[in-house]
Design a protein around this ligand. Sequence first.
Ligand SMILES: Cc1cc2nc3c(=O)[nH]c(=O)nc-3n(C[C@H](O)[C@H](O)[C@H](O)COP(=O)(O)OP(=O)(O)OC[C@H]3O[C@@H](n4cnc5c(N)ncnc54)[C@H](O)[C@@H]3O)c2cc1C
Ligand code: SF4
Length: 327
Amino acid sequence: MEPFKLVRAQNNASAIAASNSKETKFIAGGTNIIDLMKLYVEKPKQLVDVTSLNLKQIETQPDGSVKIGALVKNSDLAYHPVIKQKYPFLSEALLSGASAQLRNMASVGGNLLQRTRCYYFYDTAFPCNKREPGSGCPAISGYNRIHAVLGTSDKCIATSPSDMCVPMAALGAMIQVEGPAGSRKIPFADFHRLPGDTPQIDTNLKQGELITAVILPSLPFAAKSHYLKVRDRASYEFALTSAAVALDISNGKINNSRIALGGVGTKPWRSFAAEKVLNGAAANTQTYRAAAEAAMAGAKPHKYNAFKVELAKRTIVRALETVGGMV
Ligand SMILES: Cc1cc2nc3c(=O)[nH]c(=O)nc-3n(C[C@H](O)[C@H](O)[C@H](O)COP(=O)(O)OP(=O)(O)OC[C@H]3O[C@@H](n4cnc5c(N)ncnc54)[C@H](O)[C@@H]3O)c2cc1C
Ligand code: SF4
């Protein structure tokens, strides 16, 4: 790890003011940024500790939406009664991630910004376009079993690692940020970026912008939702595939749906194509399979990750059957 200066911010304004150069990063739980610094993947000259900021509340707003402070711990969010009742798939996703100790440290803001687990990205002995733009992507012709099949480019095929982000994408959450130019809200779909020609830029957050909250919209049918994660071992492992689904069903018909995928996309992957198939259709396994086919229609597998295409389809079907029942 390279030497760095640590600044403890006492309020949002001082945190933002201190983060005025590319060499500065915020630190919350530290469970990702410190690992990356130890491996020389990230080399900030200054860290701004934001853990004293007043961003730890979970509040139901007058319009029924729920505002989650950026410093709420992953475990506190997962076990919060409002989250368990209104958005069970978010609670399930959080509890499927990492380990109890990590969830007790990890914050909502840090989880949104955790970086890919691509092994070449973490190993500075290899080139990597995300780490060193223009150096190449060894994953494309190398061992790419954990890599993405949706949203890839010829510069990067790294998978978005977060479980929490998958139900948040399905919900169409808003991310509230404060920065040198004031505050703004970013729709979840516009927050993470596809790799394209600039895989080194993960999100549309600007230098100095602090995430202050995530706002989950009121979506009553999300009370019937499920997060299914498929991985190589039962705990302490990232997703090979995952699906966050919510269904509004009456008289055997799907009135509305939400579906997002993890483990397969270069960003948390809401599937509007699958929702289109589901909405208005009969709630049965045939419909769920058609939705799964639509979700994965654009998949571009590489040598070692082709299995993810069928696995993702089965993950989607099983998650939908869990919520909608098997007919
Ligand atoms: C062994 C291991 C296993 C894991 N398994 C999983 C898993 O299965 N599923 C999963 O989803 N995750 C998993 N994780 C990742 C874990 O969820 C993340 O490390 C964690 O969520 C990051 O949160 P943090 O608060 O510790 O972030 P930090 O490490 O403190 O920060 C991460 C990034 O966010 C930025 N940041 C933090 N807060 C803010 C803010 N308020 N505004 C702007 N920028 C901010 C930092 O500058 C940094 O760039 C695992 C991690 C480890 C180490
Ligand atoms: S997939 Fe992306 S992160 Fe992984 S080596 Fe290629 S450019 Fe780097």
